[in-house]
Structure formats: C-alpha cells, structure tokens
Design a protein around this ligand. Structure first.
Ligand code: SF4
Length: 480
C-alpha cells in the first residue's frame, strides 16, 4: 500500500483555546521563568522534565517528608514529569489525582515487592524482541523504552531501564511482520512511540506501510495527555501520510482533559486519525462513577471514543492502585443508560500470564432458555423484560392475507377500502382508535405475553420479583 499524499492541515480551532486555569496558575507557580516559546516547545518540555526527588521536593515542598521513600522507589522505577503535566498538580491536595499518577508515593514503596515484572506474559509471546504476537491477526511492536511521563502503575515498567531500542532490532520487528501474512494490524507502542523523533518514527511507519498485507497501523501513546505540545503540525503532517492509521490515547482523569490536550486531539482528528481512549481503573484516582462519567463525556466532546477501561494489572509496586472487580462493574453499571453507548468503554481484565483481554460486564441477561426461545433481560433501571426470539419452526406462509374488517379504512363515500395499515375507529374518519395499553400493577407497560418462567404466580408478580432480585447485585445467568 502506497502512502497517501499529505493533505493540508486546516487551522485547528482548538489550538486557539487558552490554557486551562490550573495549568496557567501552575505554570506561574512552578515555572515562572518559562517563556511562551519554551512552554509551547515539546523539546523544552521534554528536556525540563522533573526526574529527581530534589527537583520534585523543591517544587512541591509538602513532599519533603516522603523524600527518602521516593529516592528508594526511584531505584526501581524512574520518574519523569513534564512541566506541563506538573503544572496540573494542586499543591494543597495530598490526594491530588495528577500527583498520584506521576509522583512516587508511600503506597508504591509499601508494595515494592508485591506484583510481577511482566504481568501480561508479553515475553512468552515474543517471537522476536520487541514483538508480542498473542492474537492471530495483530501484533504489538515496542519501538521505544522511554516515555514523556512515567506512570506509577505502568504495566511495562520492566523495559524502562533499558537503552533506546536499536534500529537493527526495529528492523527485525518489521521483518517479522513482513514474513507473517496473518498479521493485518500492528499496535506501535512502547514506552511511548511519540517520544521518538519525527524522522525516526516516519522511517518505521514507511517500512510498515510498505508491507502489503498490513492493513492497519495503530499508535498507542500518552503524549496528548502528558506532553500535548509534541502533537505539532510537523508530526501530524507526517502521520497522515500513513493511513489507515489510528491513535489510542490514554486519559485516566477528567482533570487531564485540558484545552492543550483537546487541541492535540483536535489536530490528530483533523488529520483523519480516529482517536480511542484506553483508561486504567485506579484506586483513589478514578474509581468512582462521577469521575468516570466526567471523563467519558469530556472525551466525547474532544471526539475521542472511550474504548477500554482496564483493570489495573498486578505489576510490581502498583498493588495500591488495584480495585476489586466489583468496582469496575459498578462503574460500567453507572455509565450504561446514563451516558450514550458511544461513551461506554469495554471493561477488560488482562488474563494473568498472557490470557489476553477478557471483557467483564454487568449481567443484563438474567435468564436464557434456548429451547423455549425466551430470555429474561433487565435494563439500566433494573426493570425486567421478557424477550421472545424468532421462531423459525413457525414461518409465515408468505401468502398475502385478506384485510381484516378492523384494517378497513372507509373512503370518502363511506365504502370500505383496505390499506392494511390503519384501523377504522368506527366513527368514519379513518383515524386509528388508540389501543388500550396493558399495564402492570406498578403502572409499567406489560412487555411480551409469555408465562414461561416460574409457574404458579402471576406474570406481574414474577417480573416484580425478578426486578427486586437484580437491585444491589447482579443475578447470575442460570445454565440453559
Ligand atoms: S506512558 Fe504508557 S508506557 Fe509510559 S509509563 Fe505511562 S503507562 Fe507506561
């Protein structure tokens, strides 16, 4: 597949937005000497990342009591906080979600020996270094061992100590994809691939795009969140030459949805790059319905589709971020029906040791009887409905039926004229007489007409009892 010619990038409306108030005040507080030119230059932001405990404590003196603990933690996993991201931290809030994302804190130290180095078993599925080939038609390709920010819960902490991925290794990854026709989709990841220079990234993308059987290229990046200045016109003009190209971003909290981040996403969207978001469910950061609703609805406004909500992996030093599965189910339950289906991510748990993503959802199918072609479903309000499947054993004959008397609509002369649609109401004006709706004792409309579940009680009683049983806890689906 040949690269398509780059189209002119229309001016991004969102890039004219002013910075978020927190970012603006944070910049003034933490980096008062930075000029606009420096602040908006991703290279300056990258060079001036906060990487040592001394720098961090100087900017956030309230962290001084944990400085020794932080030094210990940094022996295990590095730190890097771009000035832009640090400027979002509220210095007066010890529970600040942005702080918890980026700074090593007590919990990480307490759990430094709990968890696994490679919780997803990526190494087991690696035919050549840097490639993980777990699913039949797609591979993960790790081209960078560095990130703009080092998230404290990162699943791939283990690779962040190594040198830059050598070109020869990247060539071997490309060769593997080229000689494996089953691969039609590659996720270019890291580390963060957008920390590579634009030329290096283009050289990799052009080699991938030259592979005839490779249909889709996806890039996984947290740069629009942590270093949105990196998404500049030069990068976007390069990326859009390699369509079909998708970008997966990684916003976890509504406070990350700043005007700067929105402008970066807007530039990518305007280049025809679909954006999907992968969040990680993190205790004390985003593990409540209100936060997640604000996140997913905010993402939709930025034209970013919420894609996955990941259960936090049991990676070493991140145990304090992990939540019970019930918390993820509660969040999905709190989204379904309350926000557009487009805004609801799929909640997934990565199977330990390489099981791949396993979707986990609240139970909406309460009972399914395949033999009787019936299902008992509940909706987001815990109302229960009987649903009948089509019955192939009783097909319609295909013959046209004569119009029934009730389907005859009188014409202007009062004579009958069948149209098969409207019902006469007996007063000769042709308007349909409203059909009396059947209602249950609680005033809800009756749906369906079966009495197939639990005999001996009225249908209304059974539905009410099923509804009551779904509140509070999801009823399991009995075997069919
Ligand atoms: S940006 Fe991604 S790869 Fe890098 S530390 Fe954060 S989660 Fe890990």
């Amino acid at each position: 597949m040949q690269p398509t010619a780059p189209a002119a990038i229309p001016p991004a409306v969102a890039s004219k937005r002013s910075p978020s108030p927190l970012s603006k005040s944070g910049r003034e507080r933490y980096f008062p000497d930075a000029t606009d030119a420096q602040w908006n230059d991703w290279r300056w932001q990258f060079r001036n990342r906060v990487t040592t405990v001394d720098e961090l404590v100087k900017l956030l003196p309230k962290l001084a009591p944990v400085a020794d603990v932080q030094r210990e933690i940094l022996r295990d996993f590095r730190m890097g906080i771009p000035p832009y991201y640090l400027a979002l931290i509220d210095p007066d809030d010890p529970e600040d979600p942005i702080l918890k994302h980026a700074a090593p804190l007590q919990g990480e130290y307490a759990f430094r020996d709990v968890g696994e180095e490679d919780p997803l078993g990526e190494e087991q599925y690696s035919p050549v270094p840097g490639i993980t080939h777990r699913y039949p038609d797609r591979v993960l390709m790790v081209i960078s061992n560095s990130c703009a920010i080092y998230c404290r819960y990162c699943t791939r902490k283990r690779i962040m100590y190594e040198d830059a991925v050598p070109d020869v290794e990247i060539d071997r990854m490309v060769e593997y994809i080229a000689r494996t026709p089953a691969v039609r989709d590659v996720v270019v990841s890291g580390g963060d691939p957008l920390t590579c220079g634009t030329k290096k990234l283009e050289s990799i993308l052009s080699k991938l795009r030259a592979i005839p059987h490779l249909e889709i290229i996806r890039i996984g990046t947290r740069v629009p969140v942590s270093l949105p200045q990196r998404v500049d016109d030069e990068l976007v003009a390069m990326l859009q030459k390699y369509h079909p190209l998708w970008v997966n971003v990684h916003f976890n909290h509504p406070r990350e949805l700043t005007p700067e981040a929105a402008a970066a996403c807007d530039r990518l969207s305007r280049a025809g790059i679909p954006l999907n978001n992968q969040s990680v469910l993190l205790k004390g950061i985003n593990d409540d319905v209100a936060t997640m609703r604000a996140l997913v609805t905010g993402l939709m406004k930025m034209r970013v589709r919420p894609y996955y909500l990941y259960q936090c992996d049991p990676v070493r030093g991140a145990e304090h971020f992990r939540t019970p599965i019930a918390k993820g189910l509660e969040i999905i339950e709190g989204l379904r029906g309350h926000v557009s289906g487009l805004a609801i991510p799929t909640y997934v748990i990565d199977g330990p040791g390489g099981g791949g993503k396993i979707p986990v959802q609240p139970q909406y199918l309460l009972h399914y009887d395949a033999a009787r072609k019936k299902a008992l479903l509940r909706n987001f309000q815990h109302r229960v409905f009987e649903y009948s499947e089509p019955d192939a054993a009783q097909p319609h004959s295909g013959e046209l039926r004569p119009a029934r008397p009730s389907q005859v609509v009188p014409n202007a002369n009062g004579a009958g004229a069948a149209d098969g649609k409207k019902r006469a109401n007996g007063n000769g004006n042709g308007n349909a007489a409203p059909k009396k709706a059947r209602v249950r004792a609680d005033g809800q409309p009756v749906v369906g007409k079966s009495s197939w579940v639990h005999r001996g009680h009225s249908r209304e009683e059974r539905l009410r009892s099923a509804e009551a049983s779904t509140r509070g806890a999801d009823a399991p689906t009995p075997a069919t």
